[in-house]
Design a binder for this molecule. Structure first.
Ligand code: UT7
Length: 336
């Protein structure tokens, strides 16, 4: 009998500072009307300067462990685009700060698909008998990589963290992840990129001029990314629905990566799902990249949308390019 990864706990955290579209319009050539109509976003949370991704990850991690009813895990996986340092990974420090000393801990870098990749990695570790219980965290501080001179990206992204505990269980149990579909297309890596700061273009030299070089900021080609996001998320969702044996119209909730409400609706349309079955929280938190799916799950749970027995489809798309999907039947858990 194969071992499945079963959802046992969920916790979320966003930093307290709310930045509204009107706040951004004061310093940038943009408007509440443009941002809302093009994306669906009304506000986002940005961490105070000095707050790192690991700080948000610890908050969400604590809540997920509490939700799971046990601080007992043997692996911590942190999905992030904005690690605390280029080296070492953020996960070991997060594990240490959560009091989980000596557990295995590593980061996953798959940009906005990071959480779905991290859940697949955790499920693989559980299936292989490497881990019994895994804390999977998606956490981001995009405010640290957004270029204030680039209105096309600055209005979209927010900071936050979401975490789940996955435990070993039976494939037939509620909460069991019903397979994973993952993919990538590196030929399009330049569409979503922080050009400098890695080994191809080290960031150090330019910093001597005093001003932060534009190449160290996040860059995205919105239009083609939009098109690829719809196509890839729809195809990946279909692959998972086939594997689960679920008809699209039998899905209770589509929890897609919260990049743009127009993308979520386009994917729902392509799949033949009612748009009303789409979980949307990007209006309040913006695009939080690797934190997006767990924050959306937490929001849907706290609003009472997710009830035990519901069929939940999750699908994400992001830089790399990368994409991925998974699905589960919502279990009886108390979320934090
Ligand atoms: O999380 C990873 C995956 N990310 C995504 O999936 C994001 C996908 N892309 C998108 O969501 C959309 O492409 C954006 C929201 C980023 C942009 O929306 P768009 O409808 O594709 O707009 P656009 O980039 O084509 O820009 C339309 C116009 C341009 O002006 P002109 O050339 O028509 O005069 C832009 O300069 O809107 C202008 N514009 C803005 N205006 C006011 C771009 N950004 C802004 C802004 N405020 N913030």
């Amino acid at each position: 009998m194969s071992r499945a990864a079963v959802l046992a706990g969920l916790g979320t955290y966003v930093p307290p500072r709310v930045v509204t579209n009107d706040d951004l319009s004061r310093d940038m050539d943009t408007s509440d009307e443009w941002i809302r109509s093009r994306t669906g976003i009304a506000q986002r949370h940005w961490a105070q300067p000095g707050t790192a991704t690991g700080d948000l990850a610890v908050e969400a991690g604590e809540r997920a462990l509490k939700s799971a009813g046990s601080g007992d895990v043997d692996l911590v996986v942190v999905a992030t685009t904005t690690p605390d340092h280029p080296c070492p990974a953020t996960a070991p420090d997060v594990a240490h700060r959560l009091g989980l000393n000596a557990v295995a801990a590593y980061d996953i870098a798959a940009v906005c698909s990071g959480f779905v990749y991290a859940m697949a990695s955790a499920a693989g570790a559980i299936a292989a008998g490497i881990a019994e219980r895994v804390l999977v965290i998606g956490a981001e501080t995009y405010s640290t990589i957004l270029n204030p001179a680039d209105r096309t990206t600055s209005v979209i992204f927010g900071d936050g963290a979401g975490a789940v505990v996955l435990r070993a269980g039976e494939p037939s149990e509620p909460g069991a992840l019903l397979g994973h579909d993952l993919g990538s297309d590196g030929s399009l890596k330049d569409l979503i990129i922080v050009p400098a700061g890695g080994s191809r273009h080290p960031a150090g030299a330019a910093a001597e001029s005093g001003a932060r070089p534009a190449e160290t900021y996040f860059h995205m080609e919105g239009k083609p990314v939009f098109r690829h996001a719809v196509t890839r998320m729809a195809a990946s969702s279909r692959a998972i629905l086939d594997r689960a044996g679920w008809a699209p119209e039998s899905v209770d909730w589509f929890v897609g990566h919260q990049a743009n409400v127009r993308i979520l609706h386009a994917v729902a349309d392509q799949l033949g799902m009612a748009r009303g079955r789409t979980v949307v929280n990007l209006d309040r938190v913006g695009n939080t990249s690797a934190a997006s799916i767990p924050l959306a799950l937490g929001d849907a749970a706290s609003r009472g949308l997710l009830t035990p027995g519901d069929r939940v489809l999750m699908s994400a798309f992001g830089g790399g390019l990368t994409w991925g999907s998974t699905a589960l039947v919502w279990p009886r858990i108390v979320t934090g």
